[in-house]
Design a protein around this ligand. Structure first.
Ligand code: SF4
Length: 128
């Protein structure tokens, strides 16, 4: 059902773009041009899948729902401190290789700072 998939994609995009402010359920269905019943069904479906949180809010003297995305857009900031970016062993590092991300203490420490592995300082030296 391409129409439904397209509608779901647009709805999720709207909710994602609303960020921490969230979007009123009614604003979502108005923007999408669907009925309140269709909009509610979509919101419930997203909530069941765990991709959207529905919070009951008082708006204009009436109780309604605001929708909040449970996922965040991926940005370059999310990997800017990854040790692999400046690792000199990158070309030797792959699954089954001399080195492997599966056993790298630096990568593990970056992913989970609570591990016992040492943290590394990734200050990039300026080129001379
Ligand atoms: S996983 Fe470890 S060894 Fe492999 S590229 Fe990243 S930092 Fe380097």
């Amino acid at each position: 059902m391409p129409r439904n998939n397209d509608l779901e994609r647009k709805a999720l995009q709207l909710i994602l773009e609303a960020g921490d402010e969230g979007i009123l359920q009614s604003d979502m269905w108005k923007t999408l041009g669907v009925t309140s019943r269709e909009g509610s069904r979509l919101a419930l479906k997203f909530e069941e899948k765990g991709v959207v949180e529905r919070r009951k809010v008082l708006h204009g003297g009436r109780w309604t729902y605001k929708l909040f995305s449970q996922t965040k857009p991926v940005t370059i900031d999310s990997i800017k401190d990854c040790p692999c970016i400046i690792c000199e062993e990158l070309d030797k590092c792959f699954s089954g290789g001399q080195l492997s991300p599966l056993h790298c203490q630096f990568l593990t420490a970056w992913i989970d700072p609570n591990t016992d592995y040492p943290q590394i300082d990734l200050e990039v030296e300026p080129e001379t």
